[in-house]
Design a protein around this ligand. Structure first.
Ligand code: SF4
Ligand code: SF4
Length: 440
């Protein structure tokens, strides 16, 4: 029996304007293959993949070019047919230098695919093995290797598989368009994940501002009584794993624990589409679905681009910048990273490129803390951001650790709500980096 619950949520959070109207009605377009692709060997949480090619190697589209190295790692495949010109450091979208494989594309494209597997007969182990071979990582942000996430310890019983269809970051409409354009593939991808982890029921959590996607899902799910929908209030950061679990199941993930400790596994919409493509079509993860938006881009679009495409090629495909551009962000405006080099390539988990104009950006003068408590009110994890920041500013890292700074998910909600314009999340991020060096 298909069930619909309405308007669940979590404590805290904020309501930024979503700006999704810029792209929500635009179907995906395929961007042409650029002349050069730059593929970082680390596009995932965990250890970088080990390169299998060298300067001069000729590679085909879909060929394995860097392999899993260690337990938490992920395969990387060439997204084009071309010649490796060098392997060297390149700044990634998070501003970190990583080893990257530079490939000049050839005119004629040759594909290597894995054999398609039978959807009905495939076993759980075969599903996980194929996900590992295909180099699939979670597309919700952290890019955690999916084959590892779907292999919880034997003593953890999974009760809930939750599909995270919230897409709560403003501007981004990638998952929304996937839900509309590839509805059946989302459902079949979810079914494959259900089989992989041996759960009988799944829940799709979606915010109430995604009416067309909800309508499509309702119709498509009539034949799938094992999958239900929970409609959630539109609120940031509704799509954060802990917030989603709290809203849907009422369970709190204890500090220092993971979703599987409360019987939950969360998957992103894009991830289950990749699972479907890897198993039913034999395609490794070589392309990214992403939204290019903001008033600073001439033609906002939803795009399908090859992994490793430089930002500048994508921006040019979208007509280039308007005259008053101020900032380029990769990811959402709340958690994404501002860019300073447009040769930086997109990776598997790139969900969007946001180009902001002067008019869209707000410049605030930072003032002293007003002790108003508004940052505490909205923190979804019940942290005390103002206190954490004071401790970090005074280099009292041990005390910050005792106040659980390490569980901060850097969602930026506190900063967004601070009337004194204190860059709280930036201080916390810096503090966590310093702590990891000093206290470990
Ligand atoms: S960035 Fe951290 S401290 Fe600030 S609201 Fe989010 S979780 Fe809380
Ligand atoms: S919201 Fe800003 S001004 Fe208010 S207590 Fe927190 S840090 Fe201070």
């Amino acid at each position: 029996m298909l069930k619909f619950y309405t308007k669940k949520s979590f404590n805290g959070g904020v309501h930024p304007k979503d700006f999704k109207e810029l792209t929500k009605l635009l179907p995906f377009e395929q961007i042409p293959i650029p002349k050069q692709i730059i593929i970082p060997v680390s596009q995932h949480a965990g250890k970088p993949a080990k390169p299998l090619v060298r300067k001069g190697s000729v590679v085909k589209t879909g060929e394995l070019i860097a392999e899993v190295d260690g337990f938490i790692s992920s395969n990387i495949h060439s997204s084009v047919t071309g010649k490796v010109t060098k392997i060297s450091s390149q700044v990634n979208v998070n501003g970190i230098l990583v080893d990257s494989i530079f490939i000049d594309t050839l005119e004629t494209e040759e594909h290597i695919k894995m054999p398609a597997l039978n959807f009905e007969k495939i076993t759980p182990d075969e599903i996980k093995q194929r996900i590992k071979e295909a180099g699939i990582v979670g597309l919700g942000g952290a890019a955690f290797p999916t084959h590892v996430k779907l292999s919880p310890p034997d003593d953890k019983k999974i009760d809930y598989l939750i599909l995270n269809a919230c897409e709560c970051e403003p501007y981004i409409t990638r998952d929304y368009r996937l839900l509309i354009e590839r509805t059946q593939d989302v459902i079949y991808g979810l079914k494959l994940v259900m089989k992989a982890i041996n759960v009988k029921k799944a829940i799709i959590g979606i915010e109430d501002n995604k009416e067309e996607a909800i309508a499509k899902l309702k119709t498509a799910l009539l034949n799938f009584p094992e999958i239900s929908i929970v409609i959630l209030k539109t609120k940031y950061p509704q799509g954060a794993e802990k917030m989603l679990i709290k809203a849907i199941t009422g369970k709190e993930v204890p500090i220092g624990k993971l979703p599987f400790d409360v019987g939950c596994i969360i998957q992103n919409v894009g991830t289950v589409v990749s699972v479907y493509d890897a198993i039913v079509k034999g395609e490794p993860q070589i392309k990214a679905y992403l939204t290019v938006t903001g008033k600073g881009i001439k033609q906002p679009k939803n795009l399908i681009a090859r992994i490793g495409t430089p930002l500048i090629d994508i921006i040019n495909y979208c007509g280039g910048f308007t005259d008053d551009v101020k900032k380029v962000i990769v990811g959402g405006p709340m958690m994404g990273f501002a860019q300073y080099d447009l040769l930086t390539p997109i990776t598997k988990a790139t969900s969007g490129i946001i180009v902001l104009t002067k008019e869209e950006m707000k410049y605030f003068k930072e003032t002293n803390c007003l002790k108003c408590g508004k940052c505490v009110e909205v923190c979804p994890l019940n942290l005390i951001p103002t206190r954490l920041v004071r401790l970090i500013q005074n280099e009292k890292y041990q005390e910050a650790k005792e106040l659980n700074v390490s569980i901060c998910m850097e969602c930026g909600t506190c900063t967004y709500n601070c009337p004194a314009n204190i860059p709280l999340v930036q201080w916390i991020r810096l503090g966590k980096q310093k702590m990891s060096k000093i206290l470990n």
